[in-house]
Design a protein around this ligand. Structure first.
Ligand SMILES: Cc1cc2nc3c(=O)[nH]c(=O)nc-3n(C[C@H](O)[C@H](O)[C@H](O)COP(=O)(O)O)c2cc1C
Length: 221
């Protein structure tokens, strides 16, 4: 029988146990696309579910304009994500975010250094370099009750319907609809560290636990 390791209860400040990082493109009031790094995302059948903070531009945008693109970067694209980490599309940066060092950036596509690509079914733009890009729209219009529930909870749970998936050919299995899981290396956000599906790549600026020297050396080679 396998020996069970000793256990204890812990109270982690976040429970980011490892989900893909994504760049969520939503439509700003001026019609241009904003881009928000997120990691609270999961998918089932034709649905995507996101967890969004109430003080971000993404939530404001989705309440006004139902369409978006979920761009999924590869593990090696962590610098592009981290470049956006202290930026918000909100013209007036909320006080709590100011205290964390966030600044307003109106063109986050330029800040990330990723090219825009027109989507086929929605107004929000795709990030051309991201190997997977998912066009989506709210599964149903947001009701006043849903907004109220989000306000009461302190964050929003947003259900999206997937409209179209774009994939770089080199991460697909030729002649099929499949993603090649040997070729696709998603960027995983794990307790505020950027990881590949094998090794951690780098630490987010809010990470509470620095990477060990071993991993840092691995990442820099
Ligand atoms: C890797 C990473 C993952 C994040 N995950 C989320 C998330 O799941 N939900 C969320 O609301 N904010 C998340 N954030 C914080 C947002 O990126 C931040 O609130 C930012 O201001 C959003 O941009 P916006 O205000 O232009 O929408 C994450 C940040 C990083 C760097």
């Amino acid at each position: 029988m396998t020996a069970i390791p000793a256990q204890r209860s812990i109270r982690p400040s976040v429970l980011y146990f490892g989900t893909p990082a994504a760049l969520l493109a939503t439509v700003n009031p001026d019609g241009r696309s904003n881009r928000s790094p997120i990691s609270s995302v999961w998918s089932l059948a034709d649905r995507l579910v996101l967890g969004l903070g109430l003080d971000g531009q993404a939530w404001l945008n989705l309440q006004r304009h139902a369409e978006c693109v979920l761009n999924l970067p590869s593990a090696r694209q962590w610098p592009q994500v981290e470049r956006l980490a202290r930026a918000t599309g909100r013209a007036e940066v909320p006080a709590a975010k100011q205290a964390m060092g966030y600044v307003h950036v109106s063109d986050k596509f330029a800040l990330a250094g990723l090219q825009r690509a027109q989507a086929e079914l929605v107004q929000a733009e795709r990030a051309a370099e991201c190997p997977l890009q998912v066009e989506a729209r709210l599964a149903s219009p947001l009701s006043a009750d849903q907004v109220q529930a989000a306000n009461a909870r302190g964050f929003a749970i947003v259900e999206l319907q997937i409209l179209r998936v774009h994939a770089h050919e080199d991460i697909t299995v030729p002649g099929s609809q499949h993603v090649d899981t040997q070729a696709w290396q998603p960027l995983i956000y794990l307790f505020r560290h950027y990881c590949s599906t094998s090794l951690p790549m780098a630490a987010n600026f809010r990470a509470e636990q620095p990477l060990t020297t071993t991993f840092a050396q691995e990442a820099s080679t």
